[in-house]
Design a protein around this ligand. Sequence first.
Ligand code: NA7
Length: 544
Amino acid sequence: MASEDEAIDEACNSYDAVIIGAGVSGMYQLHRLRELGMTALVLEAGTGVGGTWYWNRYPGARFDSESYTYGYSWSSELLAEWDWKERFSPQPENLRYLEFVADKFDLRRDMRFDSRVTAAAYDEEQNCWNVETEDGFRVRATFLITAIGALSVPVLPKIDGIDDFRGPSFHTSHWPKEEVDFTGRRIAVIGTGATAVQLIPEVAKTAGHLTIFQRTPNWCAPLHNGPIERAEMDDIKTRYEEIFETCNSTFAGFEHVPDRRKALEVSHEDRWALWEKLWAEPGFGIWMANFRDVLVNEEANALMSEFAASKIRERVHDQAIAEKLIPTNHGFGTRRVPMETNYYEVYNQDNVELVDLRETPIEAVTETGIRTSDGERPFDLIIYATGFDAVTGAFERIDIRGVDGVELRNVWADGPRTYLGLQIAGFPNLFTLVGPNNAATFCNMPRCIEQNVDWVTDLLGHLRENGLTRAEPTEQAMDDWGEHVVTSGERMLFTKVNSWFTGVNTNIEGHEQRRFLLYAAGLPTYREKADEVVANRYHGFALS
Ligand code: NA7
């Protein structure tokens, strides 16, 4: 019988790469490695593929990206076969799409589900990564690729008594697979971010009573979802090349192209005309296709915020409630803009109450409800739409050790340091798709994911062609990248505001201060920099 160590050695030889995560990035990475002729195993915590679209099953969950800009672009067959039915496709359909892709490319064959990775350690002598899952499964591979997502670690609020509640309660990202019936029930939703803003109108339809606990209002914008009819889908299929080309040319990978004018250079009438037009159009145009100074100039931003506030006042009947829903501590678009469908109208319903936690903070969750400073409210169900330990959270939950057992958690204690958001000095052969300081953190995800995966695959192909087996960036390359990340990001107003964009999470100790988690120079600049590295013979990397 083989000893445990021998078994591990055998396993080591059987995989060139281990990929953590079977979401949009892990699935594509597996496909690309197979094309290279490499062997790979995907370890996935869930019981199926889909990542974000596997976990986030709450009612109302859907793309805020135009569906046809979100799908994979790399298979013309897939593009021809799949029909998107809604402009902003809902979660069940998105999961079906990813399952369809998994079937079509036979991806599950190299996936192990129910496998939450807990540790990964680099063995210098063998040039191998030892990877371990929660259930004790161990595997070794030359390359370790994390495809663990930027928003995959749900966080519950730090509230006294949170475990005392006797009724059902859950985080939106741990929504039960069975349908949850709201009919006639007293329901609490804590949080008013992009998730809550999708969820709340759905709950409000049938809840007996819905109470929304808001700590910080956000600037929401209308989604304007609708069906994609046959003729339009057929037309989209003829234009895919052009659509993806446009997406790849814009800052965040959407088809919304910014207006070349500045808000401060045009007349009041022209400003409002563009804003009215964008407000009435589907999707992120109001955020991404706005005047080019709105997200970088405080004066321009204040005017845009005034416009958005006027829209809230028009839609909410009770003006005292409208004022509570208008953000006062940050300008339009400086936090993630939640896209809404009848969100503001919910506050006109008799069965809905808004609790402003700035006036009456939560004191505790009790056995039967929630107590704020003005009293206790009973509930049958509490829903936490309280967000995620963004970008670095999923890394911190794996014990990742590089050369000499150095812990990634310690290396990133004062904020992440990477090269291209894809590699880290001291952690050879570890590739971090959608990692911190990578364009994919602020992007129409698949557009940046495909760039990440293609780039990593090209590097692995380059190593193979040249008989090399080890890639690691230099400290200098990381320092230079860090400086580029900060200097290019500073001009953006969102870097001056607390949100998950800036790594602030009051529910997590040590995450009270802003950190540079994102890459805010945009996809085209990122792509150019990443391509330059290749053109300069992988400048900044030690390949051996
Ligand atoms: P977000 O955008 O991080 O929103 C979380 C919400 O939960 C936000 O309104 C928070 O208020 C609120 N929150 C968090 N902790 C508390 C406590 N302790 N008490 C009261 N309220 C709290 O997460 P989402 O899931 O909505 O969206 C995440 C991303 O997923 C989104 O950007 C999309 O890209 C998809 P705060 O603003 O911190 O005062």
